[in-house]
Design a protein around this ligand. Structure first.
Ligand SMILES: [Zn+2]
Length: 286
């Protein structure tokens, strides 16, 4: 539901997993980012966006291809889609896995959607780090963000100072590493110089609370870096109790411990020299 509206940005937070969807308006377009999860929630976002559109261009942005972030795609058939080239280039089999996760979620909770479940067709693909797209007088700048998964991107909506982070820099989730930990660290390491070039006034993560403060961005980044480094060291040393203690006090331990264990497997497979293979496929709904 609509959590707040500040100027040209409206933030909708799902009742599930504190997942954030955005509706952003500039004189040039109305942009919806990651509309999710439940049919009524997606419909609320769609109606809100249509209600303020007033003939402007309609853009739909996906931060990455995880099923919880593309689940609302079919409700916006008239929008032009922005996403990374890597999201656009996903192989048919990989797309099927993602769509199956949506269907499994809907089956689990007997959810019927008034739209088709399909994989996004990308109209505007981000292929290079730091790429810009200009719509009228509004500039969007994108940076590749791998590590959580392999097709993530950061988005800066420049005139608004809005930074759409996808599944990084959450205040409730430690890093969920589905791609690999080295890429994750590289993504975090880019943040300082990117934020220097594009000061932000609002940072919105995929899950959890938004923030207006650069020091909070750095705090979240440092927490993520510390988690990754500690995991790498403790998993290598086989110190299981210390590994388990790393997420002590986390927000939703019965679920989050599964992601922590999944991360441990990821580190173990990386240490075995197996950087590419993703053995887990765990998702928010597992
Ligand atoms: Zn997510």
């Amino acid at each position: 539901m609509l959590k707040w509206k500040k100027g040209q940005v409206a933030l909708f937070q799902s009742d599930l997993y504190m997942t954030n969807s955005l509706v952003v308006e500039t004189p040039d377009f109305v942009l919806v980012a990651d509309p999710c999860w439940l049919p009524r929630e997606v419909e609320e976002i769609r109606q809100y966006a249509e209600g303020i559109r007033a003939g402007r261009k309609f853009l739909l942005l996906f931060t990455h291809s995880d099923f919880d972030h593309i689940i609302g795609y079919g409700a916006f058939p008239e929008a032009e889609v922005i996403a990374s080239q890597a999201l656009a280039d996903k192989k048919v089999e990989e797309r099927q896995v993602i769509l199956e996760q949506i269907r499994a979620f809907d089956d689990k909770y007997y959810v019927r959607r008034p739209y088709e479940i399909t994989y996004p067709v990308v109209d505007h693909a981000m292929g290079t780090d730091g790429q810009c797209m200009i719509f009228g007088n509004t500039k969007l700048t994108f940076y590749m963000a791998r590590g959580h998964n392999n097709d993530g991107m950061f988005t800066w909506v420049e005139p608004l100072g809005l930074f759409i982070a996808g599944d990084y820099l959450s205040d409730i989730e430690f890093p969920y590493i589905d791609d690999n930990s080295v890429s994750y660290e590289e993504t975090l390491a880019k943040l300082e110089s990117i934020a220097d070039r594009h000061p932000f006034t609002l940072l919105v993560p995929g899950h959890g609370e938004a923030t207006q403060h650069p020091h909070e961005m750095r705090r979240r980044r440092d927490q993520s870096v510390n988690y990754i480094r500690a995991m790498r060291r403790l998993v290598a040393a086989g110190e299981q109790e210390a590994v388990d203690r790393l997420i002590e006090g986390c927000a939703f331990p019965r679920n989050m411990s599964k992601f922590h264990q999944s991360n441990q497997k990821q580190f173990q497979s990386e240490m075995a020299g197996d950087l590419t293979e993703n053995k887990k496929g765990i998702s928010h709904n597992d």
